[in-house]
Design a binder for this molecule. Sequence first.
Ligand code: GLV
Ligand code: GLV
Length: 322
Amino acid sequence: MLNVFVTRKLPGNALDKLRAQYNVTVNPEDRNITKEELLKAVAGQDALISMLSDPVDRDVIAAGDRLKVIANYAVGFNNIDVEAASERKIPVCNTPDVLTNASADFAWTLLMAAARRLIEGDAMTRAGKFSGWAPELLLGVEVYGKTLGIIGAGRIGQAVAKRALGFEMRTLYHNRSRLPHNVEQELKMEYIDLETLLKESDFVSIHCPLTPETRYLIDRPELELMKPTAVLINTARGPVVNETALVQALKDKVIYGAALDVFEDEPQLKPGLADLDNVVLAPHIASAATETRTKMAEMVVDDVLTALAGGQPRNLVNRDIY
Ligand code: GLV
Ligand code: GLV
């Protein structure tokens, strides 16, 4: 019987479909697996279902001597050495599409919370410090009709732009390649260079993958291009932003605020970040809606079933191996 290893318990009962045919082991720990544990666990496994927090690097892939498929329970796959997997013709899968709307909703949740100082207001109200309506209590910035800058205009970036239509915003985007004309028209997105996007946007939302090219895409010089009233939102990957530079820029009021779902050294925060009032912090939960996470589980399971049956899985990131 073939063996499947899953690094964390998943919501829903998608794994039952795998259990019907294969010997499935789920890491029993209620925490993320360490590299040492993963190195041991992956030996003799035919399939690996990994989390975005798992280091599926060259060593782990080498230790997975029988691996026939790696399915990452995430859309991002920067935690996997895809090149090492491709060298052994191991398909690597992810979970696009099913999390697009939940992720876009959450980017907007962060944007609104930062713009209107919701978290500060909640803390104040809970602490019994709300002493009555006041003309200047927790003044934020308006969202309606403002300019939104989207960095990375894939599925999620486009879904964020779609929501901006209702707020009648001007939407600028920066992407490796230009979107088809009909998409630009439908979503009212203007293709622009990064420098202009940073200078003109009131809200800058990041939706690009983490790659060598996008690491520290936003550093001190980029933050300095932004308006002093602007808000930076990151739901992509922490290292796209130099977090230490961001902390300093927030202290110096180079920008108005930031809202982050991802961090450079996740789950650690850079010193000073948690002390700032003008930042909204979330524990990497953009796709964390029950329906979404259940569909993601079904997706990784279906791809593992297909791959172990000798077929080509649907959500491949290294299609070139076939
Ligand atoms: C979440 O960050 C994902 O990549 O799915
Ligand atoms: C991820 O799904 C993206 O394409 O934005």
